[in-house]
Ligand binder design. Structure first.
Ligand SMILES: [Mn+2]
Length: 375
């Protein structure tokens, strides 16, 4: 497949940024307003064109943002499908920092059919029906579900912009599976730094292989269970830390340990760096579930949990670990703007925290690229 064919396929499987949630009436005006803002155009008709023009320059990107506005992989309360649009809106609202700095490209959203999660769960008849709906024909070799569309899009991004660092905006945490798997195909030996209140370490949940509660299990299998998965902020689990650490050879930092160590981000980061170095890690993938952050800073999420690390701690650990290793890829997930409504400061507070995390990841990835250390 040549570059032009890949770009062409991207225009079929993606929508302009903010457009992955399918709307026909309710929500349409807000979606178009956001897109006119993102693409700096006056008329709705110009959005698609501006997006396609941008894709022509994908090879120049050093950081690529991809939205996956799907919450079909979530388990309790939904709303993370609104995350990518709301985070972009937040970035646009801050006059002092531009939304897309030089070198950062937003390739858009994967097209989301809200009832679908992964193609392996679908009958041939359903796949054919959704292909007809999305692509006007059934005989195309294109995925139809968010996780598979994300995987395909990242495959093209990697081929078209091999030195760019992809950052996936969820969506629920299931999108970390295709995003991490894509980073693994980059060929470098990865460490996985995962912020979360939950372990996400089930082999399956209710018979479903890939969802918010299982992606980290499969990621750890890809890593060979050799201690390269580090989880920070874990505090809500049916089993104790010792269970996960002894059965799956992961390292978990629970709040009790963080408190006992005086919330010393530097010491924790140094330990993680040492662990990764001892295991030959060459680059790090960061998966940031916003519910890993204490609920008093980020309540607009499906399963907010008190007692977690502050945004400052999360940012410190991230920045320090990534000062020792280049960033291979990242995701920022579970930001659910319709939630947290009991609190007058939400969802703005959560979105501010998410924007800070994203700013850090983008800045680090750009700096890596400038040093020639990107992927
Ligand atoms: Mn999670």
């Amino acid at each position: 497949m040549d570059a032009a064919e890949r770009r062409e396929e991207l225009t079929h499987i993606l929508r302009p940024a903010g457009g992955g949630v399918y709307v026909v009436s309710t929500g349409l005006a807000a979606q178009r307003a956001l897109q006119r803002h993102i693409y700096e155009v006056v008329h709705d008709e110009a959005i698609e064109h501006a997006w396609r023009i941008g894709l022509e320059r994908l090879d120049e990107a050093r950081v690529v943002l991809l939205g996956v506005p799907s919450d079909a992989g979530a388990g309790f309360v939904r709303g993370a499908n609104q995350g990518p649009a709301a985070i972009r809106e937040r970035l646009l609202s801050r006059a002092e920092t531009p939304y897309l700095v030089d070198g950062v490209m937003d390739v858009g959203d994967v097209r989301v059919v809200p009832q679908l999660l992964s193609d392996e769960m679908l009958s041939a008849a359903q796949i054919a029906a959704t292909r007809r709906a999305l692509y006007d024909r059934a005989d195309v070799d294109l995925p139809v579900s968010p996780l598979d569309l994300c995987a395909r899009a990242l495959e093209h991004v990697h081929a078209l912009a091999p030195r760019a660092v992809p950052i996936v905006l969820g969506g629920d945490h299931s999108v970390a599976w295709p995003a991490f798997a894509a980073a693994m195909r980059g060929g470098r030996r990865l460490g996985l730094l995962h912020f979360d209140a939950h372990t996400d370490l089930l082999p399956e949940r209710l018979g479903v292989r890939f969802c918010f509660a299982t992606w980290a299990y499969h990621a750890n299998e890809l890593l060979g269970r050799d201690g390269r998965l580090v989880q920070v902020g874990i505090r809500r689990s049916g089993k104790p830390r010792e269970h996960w650490e002894s059965t799956l050879n992961v390292r978990q930092y629970w709040p009790e340990e963080l408190a006992a160590r005086g919330h010393d981000a530097g010491a924790v980061a140094d330990e993680i760096i040492e662990r990764f170095r001892a295991r030959g890690v060459e680059a790090v993938y960061v998966s940031n579930d916003i519910d890993g952050t204490d609920a008093s800073f980020a309540a607009a999420t499906g399963t907010p949990e008190p007692g977690g690390p502050t945004p400052g701690f999360v940012r410190d650990v991230t920045r320090r670990v990534l000062s020792a290793f280049p960033l291979a890829g990242a995701d920022l997930v579970e930001v659910a703007p319709p939630l947290g409504q009991g609190d007058p400061d939400e969802p703005e507070r959560t979105l501010d925290v998410a924007a800070e995390y994203l700013d850090d990841l983008m800045a680090i990835a750009l700096a890596d690229a400038d040093r020639g250390g990107g992927r």
